[in-house]
Design a binder for this molecule. Structure first.
Ligand code: GDP
Length: 198
C-alpha cells in the first residue's frame, strides 16, 4: 500500500465517541516509550503526525487518524506507566479494554514491544487478555536496528518460547521494525492492505 494521505481526526477518552465505525480500523498499542509514535510516523511517512517522546503515561487519549481516506489508524495510550496513580491507571485500563472489546470495525491490533528487552510480564499479560477476548493482534518489535547480527531471529524465538511457556499454541504473527532505518514499513502496510479491502 502507498500512503497518499494521513490526517488526524479526533482524540478522546470515551470509546463511544470514536468516529463512526464505517471503515476498517487498526490500533497501535505498547508500553510507554516503546517507540509507538515513531513507528506510526515512519509507517505513514509523516514526520510529527503522532507526537513522539511525550511524558510517558501522559498521552491518555484514543487518537484517530484516517489514512488514504480508507482506513482508520488508532494510536492508543501507552500502558505500564509508573507516574500515574492507581485510580488513574484503573480508569485507563478500563478505557482501553472497552475500546478493544466494543469497537466493531477493529480489524487488528498491533502490540509493540521493544526488541532489545526480554519478554515482560506486562506485555505477555496484555497479549493473554487479547487472546482470551478473541481480539486479533500481531506483535511488532521496535528499534530492531539496535540488534546485533542473529538478534532478529533470537528476538522472535525468545518471544515464541515465552508465549508457549504460558500456554500459547498458535503464535501470533510477528514483524520486525525500526523507525530509524524504516525496516518493516512495507511489510506492515502490505499486511494492512488485503485486510482492508472488503
Ligand atoms: P512512544 O512513547 O511509544 O510513542 O515512543 P516514541 O516514539 O516517543 O519513542 C520513544 C524513544 O525511543 C524516543 O527517544 C525515540 O527516539 C526512540 N525510538 C523510537 N523508535 C526508535 C527506533 O526505531 N530505533 C531507536 N534506536 N530508537 C527509537
Amino acid at each position: 500500500m502507498q500512503v497518499k494521505s494521513a490526517e488526524f481526526l479526533i482524540s478522546n477518552t470515551d470509546p463511544a465517541k470514536c468516529p463512526n465505525p464505517d471503515k476498517p480500523e487498526y490500533a497501535f498499542i505498547g508500553r510507554s516509550n516503546v517507540g509507538k509514535s515513531s513507528l506510526i510516523n515512519m509507517l505513514v511517512s509523516r514526520h510529527g503526525l503522532a507526537k513522539t517522546s511525550q511524558t510517558p503515561g501522559k498521552t491518555q487519549l484514543i487518537n484517530h487518524f484516517i489514512i488514504n481516506k480508507e482506513w482508520y489508524l488508532v494510536d492508543l495510550p501507552g500502558y505500564g506507566f509508573a507516574q500515574v496513580g492507581k485510580g488513574t491507571r484503573a480508569g485507563f485500563v478500563r478505557m482501553i479494554d472497552t475500546y478493544l472489546t466494543t469497537r466493531a470495525n477493529l480489524i487488528c491490533t498491533f502490540v509493540l514491544v521493544d526488541s532489545r528487552i526480554a519478554p515482560q510480564k506486562i506485555d505477555l499479560d496484555f497479549m493473554t487478555r487479547l487472546g482470551e477476548q478473541g481480539i486479533p493482534f500481531v506483535i511488532v518489535f521496535t528499534k530492531t536496528e539496535k540488534l546485533k547480527s542473529g538478534g532478529l531471529q533470537n528476538v522472535q524465538d525468545r518471544y515464541k518460547a515465552a508465549l508457549q511457556e504460558i500456554g500459547w499454541e498458535e503464535i501470533p504473527q510477528m514483524f520486525l521494525t525500526s523507525a530509524v532505518n524504516r525496516a518493516g514499513q512495507k511489510e506492515l502496510l502490505d499486511f494492512i492492505e488485503p485486510l482492508n479491502r472488503d
